[in-house]
Design a protein around this ligand. Structure first.
Ligand code: LMR
Length: 328
């Protein structure tokens, strides 16, 4: 049950707020790395917490740890396999060590928008991907959307050649490293929590991310500007350990699964709006947003798309074809 003190903390909007658990309630820890407001994942995790704590009161209690306060994405899956955390929602790029199937989501210009990603994920192939890591002890429960990625740097980026020789932070993904190399840039894998400092001190020159992350982490404050490239996506897998999930009482497992499915449907429908609002907030705060004309955009496509050839075998031509058919 929620105590008065916890309710007050939650009402204040404090980012580390979580419901205090009563004795006898099963504790479900959910660790993630983003901020909680104006962010698709942050809002979805808070809604999940609220619903579990209301509807499963007396049985289960969820504590959400945002902003990398418990683990960063590089640590959380190990912690999950050790039983130290029960839920997380790392971006699909962070499963590199567990499956190569998710590489399709990192390939540049593979999906034209988040609706296309949604349709692919809801296909039989997409749904089967949630179970692609069960042999390694991880089970996907839902895909959560963030949005399309944009590119920023400490100089104006209009053509991909503007990135030549620059250092770009990337998530630790082979596809993303290859994508930056295709632009003549140097990829620097780094935890999300370290990116702001690295941009500010010049350890890296640029980065790619969604509007909600660029706004939430204030990257725009330490960059020359952000170019609306929409060249890729960031989406998440809500993931748990097979061992923990199998150990649940079937009725508890069903109730939790239903709540997760409902929260997923509600919040995924809003993710594009949340990113659009974050983009407007960047502009209102004085951040520079650059648009590409048709020729410039074509130059980005021609530079980045050849990266697909390096990963065709990993992701399967039939999956590429299915994704492309959805785009049409
Ligand atoms: C990143 O590392 O840039 C993102 O995956 C962070 C996130 O969870 O959106």
């Amino acid at each position: 049950m929620m105590t008065v003190a916890t309710a007050a903390v939650m009402a204040s909007g404090a980012t580390t707020a979580f419901a205090a658990c009563d004795e006898g309630e099963m504790v479900i820890k959910f660790s993630h790395v983003t901020n909680t407001d104006r962010h698709p994942k942050g809002i979805a995790a808070s809604l999940l917490q609220e619903r579990v704590n209301e509807e499963m009161n007396g049985t289960a209690c969820m504590e959400v740890f945002p902003n990398s306060t418990l683990y960063n994405d590089d640590q959380v899956l190990e912690a999950m396999l050790q039983g130290d955390v029960q839920l997380a929602a790392p971006s699909l790029s962070k499963f590199e060590q567990f499956t190569k199937q998710f590489r399709i989501f990192d390939l540049p210009f593979m999906f034209k928008n988040i609706d296309a990603v949604d349709e692919f994920q809801n296909s039989e192939t997409g749904q089967a991907m949630k179970e692609s890591m069960t042999r390694r002890g991880l089970l996907g429960l839902a895909f959560w959307h963030n949005g399309m990625k944009q590119m920023s740097a400490n100089k104006a980026l209009n053509l991909p050649s503007d990135a030549n020789g620059l250092k770009f932070r990337v998530q630790n993904s082979e596809v993303l490293k290859a994508q930056m190399a295709a632009m003549g840039a140097s990829p620097q894998p780094m935890a999300f929590s370290e990116v702001y400092g690295a941009l500010q001190t010049g350890v890296v020159d640029g980065q790619e991310n969604t509007w909600s992350n660029i706004y939430g982490q204030k990257f725009f404050e330490v960059q020359d500007g952000t170019t609306e490239t929409n060249h890729g996506i960031i989406d998440y897998l809500v993931v748990t350990s097979t061992e923990w999930f199998d150990s649940l009482d079937p009725a508890v497992r069903d109730q939790l699964s239903t709540i997760i499915a409902e929260v997923t449907a509600t919040r995924n429908a809003e993710s594009t709006n949340v990113n659009e609002a974050a983009k407007q907030a960047i502009i209102e705060a004085g951040g520079v947003v650059r648009q590409l004309d048709a020729d410039q955009r074509q130059a980005w496509v021609e530079t980045m798309k050849p990266v697909w050839d390096q990963f065709r075998e990993d992701v399967g031509q039939e999956n590429i074809d299915a994704a492309q058919a959805i785009n049409e």
